[in-house]
Design a protein around this ligand. Sequence first.
Ligand SMILES: [Ca+2]
Length: 394
Amino acid sequence: MVFAALITLACGYSATALAAKPPAASAAQRDCGPSEVGKDPSAAKPSASKDKAGKKAKKRKCQAAKTPAPSSYANHPAARAAADSMAQNNALNRNWVRATLAEARMLPDVVRAVTPAQDPGVRNWQVYRERMVDPVRVEAGVQFWLRNAKTLERAERETGVPASVIVGILGVETIYGKRMGKYRVLDALATLAFDFPASHPKAPARAAYFLQELESFLVWCQATGRDPLAVRGSYAGAMGMAQFMPSSWQKYAVDFDADGRIDLFDNSKDAIGSIANYLAAFGWKAGMPTHYPVQLDATRLDLPALLEKDIVPSMSPAQMAERGAILQHQAMQHAGLLALIELVNGNDAAPSYVAGTDNFYVVTRYNWSSFYAMSVIELGLTVQAQLPAGAAPN
Ligand SMILES: [Ca+2]
């Protein structure tokens, strides 16, 4: 979440979607993944022939000499400087910060995940939607909703954020905690801070962002007593069922079950309350729909004007209609501004359009992508529609 703009730019996918399905490892990584480094299973095996074993050992040694050691940040000048500055900024023990960053490893998978594709092609909303609003997520969403109905109701009552939006986010992010990310957060954030691919158009800003998140992560580990080497998350360093970045965890996560601890990894109540709190903090308006249907009138269509401000609501319903975006009665009565949301459907089909409200925009603060926001909204509504009679809210 939150970091999504850069991922969307880089890959054409929402960050969280990739987090749910990490990029496949290359053949080289499958053979020698980071977790396997330093563990040679054959080394401990007794060999029938000493001579053979000696040759094998020699061969291994030669290969080790040719192959660079797994990239660690132990002697990385920028990492060293960052460690000292992070320690100073936050009154952390300098040796602890240095020693922790020295344990960080560069992850090629992570670099690949944010490297702009040579030919990204045209995105396809219908394909994306099918992947996110799939039977597995919907069924898991129904079960999650039934298990957490009271907490969802309370979150909705206190913040105005509908249960369906919270359920949609948790489903798209991690399938309700099933896929919270396999990477060590320390490695992912260090890699993005110190080895962000220069080919990305916003590389310096993105690297600076992730350096800040790395700092937040270490501060958070210290404050909460978590072991920085043990915390796992997405390739972008997002953590827990709700996939909060470290700075968001610090600012917006809440102890919704009041047990004295904020836990977004194993505690659904805290995850629900924290998502609601996050969206409320970004201006969720209780009772406002996220979007309205819209039809385009070709005779007076001014698409460039309609799309000029992208997802930022900036037109009154009347202004949209003047530019050829026809709204139904309820949308024409909408009190705020609207945005024309374009969801492209590849090369062969026309794009889909909806009129997004301020609340649609708020969902994109979680992950800066209209595909993401629309899939969250549609997953949540699909789950809600499948709740057994009596369980669904009024
Ligand atoms: Ca708690």
